[in-house]
Design a protein around this ligand. Structure first.
Ligand SMILES: [Zn+2]
Length: 395
């Protein structure tokens, strides 16, 4: 499947296209925004705009020239797409390790050429490891092979493993961001820019993709996902929270697995008993399984957000009013302060997921904190995230 034009972001695309035409586009960018909002699509669109050679003057990318075509098929030799991957097996030497990582990357690129929205390694512990960063650094120092520029898209940059084992690699990468060769552009993406290494954040120009209004996403759901029923399209759009690719995932998984998982977690936290919490947490594996817990936490966040809306007397602002009410949000539910505190616990759990903490332990700790918040007991979450910080240190 070919890369497509990011949907519903015309103003942003216009500004970027004119920056490319005027040679004003910063060479180190950080594309950020919520899950499913289209960060990969936008980063690849920027790459096409930079490589486009239009037959006549006009907006880039023209989507008609040879470089645009190659780029859309992920076959342009001077567009390098990198993403977190599982740590390869031990190798005899650093050079072998780097080769193994590059081979892994090419396997995954072949899958993305078939389905650009494929979730790579959903259940594995992944990162951008030192050897991958060394590969990026070397590729970026080489002159482009076909075009005048080379473009590096590095996804989920917050998952770059701190390069303490190799300070040279870390410094070389920071230098690359700070002062790329005149022909190289680096586009990082992140769903959690707050989790980025500050040294990386400070060297990139942020570019936020804003979630779209519900009506716009509903239009996308109707036009592009073939949902003809208006009410249903609108319901999906509300649950997607303004992110078109999340809407696509929701339509694809009609069963709403992550919503069901979120309801299970919420019920356990509201129940509060250690047995209920244990049962809910033990559904998650003690290893990996990031792919399962992450969407459940996203859905849980929406449930709590809706509980807040309903508790605050603004049910119309809820994304999925039925879900929020089902959770006891309408009268008799936890107080607003408790819900806010529980939302803080979800943020901390997301952070844990991003750092590949044991999903079962992460869930157990989350439910303990949420049930404490709902029961009005102190959670110790007033200053930062002391409990998770402790867990992180102990790993
Ligand atoms: Zn073109």
């Amino acid at each position: 499947m070919n890369a497509e034009r990011p949907w519903g972001q015309e103003d942003l695309l216009q500004r970027l296209a004119s920056a490319v035409a005027g040679r004003r586009l910063p060479q180190s960018l950080l594309v950020h925004g919520p899950e499913g909002v289209g960060k990969r699509s936008l980063a690849l669109w920027i790459a096409r705009a930079l490589q486009c050679e239009p037959a006549e003057a006009g907006d880039v990318p023209c989507e008609a020239c040879r470089p645009c075509g190659m780029a859309a098929r992920l076959e342009h030799p001077d567009i390098h797409l990198h993403f977190p991957m599982p740590r390869p097996k031990r190798a005899a030497s650093r050079a072998k390790l780097r080769e193994a990582i590059e081979a892994q990357r090419h396997e995954r690129l072949a899958r993305l050429r078939e389905d650009l929205h494929a979730r790579l390694d959903p259940d594995a512990v992944t990162g951008l490891y030192v050897a991958a960063v060394e590969n990026i650094r070397d590729q970026a120092s080489r002159r482009p092979s076909m075009a005048r520029r080379s473009v590096f898209v590095i996804e989920d940059a917050e998952r770059m493993v701190p390069q303490s084992a190799s300070p040279e690699a870390a410094n070389a990468f920071l230098k690359l961001l700070e002062e790329p060769p005149p022909f190289a552009y680096i586009v990082l993406t992140s769903g959690r820019p707050d989790a980025l290494l500050p040294t990386i954040r400070s060297r990139t120009v942020p570019l936020r993709i804003a979630p779209l209004p519900t009506e716009r996403v509903a239009a996308y759901v109707a036009e592009h996902l073939g949902v003809r029923d208006d009410d249903r399209a609108r319901a999906v759009a509300r649950r997607a929270g303004g992110a078109v690719y999340r809407a696509r995932t929701l339509v694809d998984s009609e069963a709403g697995e992550s919503e069901a998982a979120a309801d299970g977690l919420l019920a356990a936290a509201l129940d509060g008993s250690p047995q209920a919490r244990y049962r809910a947490a033990s559904r998650y594996s003690a290893r990996g399984a990031r792919g399962e817990l992450e969407p459940a936490l996203e859905a849980l966040r929406i449930r709590l957000r809706d509980m807040l809306c309903i508790a605050a007397g603004a049910p119309d602002a809820a994304l999925d009013p039925a879900g929020g009410r089902g959770a006891g949000g309408a009268g008799g539910g936890p107080a607003e302060g408790a819900v806010l505190e529980a939302l803080g616990a979800i943020d901390a759990a997301m952070e844990g997921v991003g750092r590949n903490l044991n999903p079962q332990a992460t869930t157990a700790l989350l439910l303990e904190e949420m049930s404490a918040a709902f029961a009005g007991r102190p959670t110790g979450r007033t200053a930062g995230t002391p409990q998770f910080a402790g867990v992180l240190r102990s790993l």
